[in-house]
Structure formats: structure tokens, C-alpha cells
Design a protein around this ligand. Structure first.
Ligand SMILES: [Zn+2]
Length: 180
């Protein structure tokens, strides 16, 4: 019984990280955005069935990789998939937050028409009133490691979901990431 409990704890603490996810993060880190795009996109498609909570972040990362490899139309399609899924999963605070980050990134790349298109996607997927309390509750002042210790994904403390005051959850593999 104890052994089973420990095994379950291990599974919670260290979920199986698909090697493909590590590879995708590695492509991104190396600036190989074309390969990052196709790998994140494939992971996102698989996640939709098995780990729907990770699919939005994977689509969004595929979108970033597409934009960085000058595949703008693909990028917009991936962003649209990721943001729409967040809406479907009713994760509105996150949709709003990550949506605004994407808008800034697109405008930084001079992609203003595309940003307008994505802005419309965000609006269409948000309820009329967003939960402000949820927004402020996710704002944390602790420092996270720059990369997920399990899968190597880049960790942005503005984008992650928090499990408690000092622990965030990796968007890509679900591992807990502790603030130092
Ligand atoms: Zn991870």
C-alpha cells in the first residue's frame, strides 16, 4: 500500500516527459524554429486527445516558432487553435493574459494586421465579464527557474499557472516547478 502511494506520488512529481517535447524545446533553444514549429504542432495534436490541458500551450509555442521562421499564416492558425482551446476549457484569465503577450509579440514583429486578427479571436473567446479576482490571484513575486527541470521548456513566470505560492506547473509537461 505504501509502495503504491509512493509510486503515485512519483507519478505526480515526475510525469512522463515525452522525448519529443524535450526535442521541441531543444529546437526552440537552438533557434531551429522550422523544426520547432513542426514538432510542437505534432505534440499539440497528440495532446488534444491525451492531455488537453497542455494542448493550448503547445499550439501557442508552435505559433511562436512559426512566426520566428517566417511562416506567418501557420503561426496565426496555431495561435488561433491555442487561444480557442483555452476558451473552450474556460481558462479565461489565462486566455486574456497569454493573448495579450501574443499581441505584443506580433506587434513587435510588425505584424499589425495579424495582431488585429488575433485580438478578435481573444475577444470572441472571452466571456463578457472576466474574473478579475482570478487575474490578481495568479500574480506572484517569486523567482522561478528559467527552464523546466523536467522537459527543458522555457519558463515565463508571467505565463505559468501556479499550484501554490511558490510552485508553478509546467505548461508543456505538467511537472511542478519550484521557485528558488
Ligand atoms: Zn516541463
Amino acid at each position: 500500500m505504501f509502495r503504491r502511494a509512493r509510486r503515485m506520488l512519483n507519478r505526480i512529481a515526475r510525469p512522463n516527459v515525452p522525448p519529443m517535447l524535450r526535442r521541441a524545446n531543444q529546437f526552440m533553444a537552438n533557434g531551429d524554429y522550422a523544426n520547432a514549429e513542426s514538432t510542437f504542432y505534432e505534440l499539440a495534436g497528440r495532446a488534444e486527445n491525451k492531455f488537453p490541458q497542455h494542448a493550448p500551450a503547445l499550439y501557442i509555442q508552435a505559433g511562436r516558432a512559426a512566426i520566428l521562421s517566417n511562416q506567418t499564416q501557420k503561426g496565426i492558425a496555431h495561435f488561433r487553435s491555442g487561444l480557442t482551446l483555452l476558451g473552450t476549457e474556460r481558462r479565461f484569465a489565462r486566455l486574456e493574459k497569454i493573448g495579450n503577450i501574443i499581441l505584443n509579440e506580433l506587434r513587435e514583429h510588425g505584424l499589425n494586421n495579424e495582431a488585429d486578427e488575433i485580438e478578435q479571436v481573444i475577444k470572441n473567446n472571452l466571456p463578457t465579464f472576466t474574473n478579475q479576482k482570478e487575474n490578481s490571484a495568479t500574480k506572484k513575486q517569486v523567482t522561478l527557474p528559467t527552464h523546466c527541470p523536467s522537459c527543458g521548456a522555457i519558463v515565463n513566470s508571467n505565463e505559468v499557472e501556479w499550484l501554490d505560492g511558490v510552485t508553478a506547473e509546467c505548461d508543456y509537461c505538467g511537472s511542478p516547478i519550484r521557485a528558488s
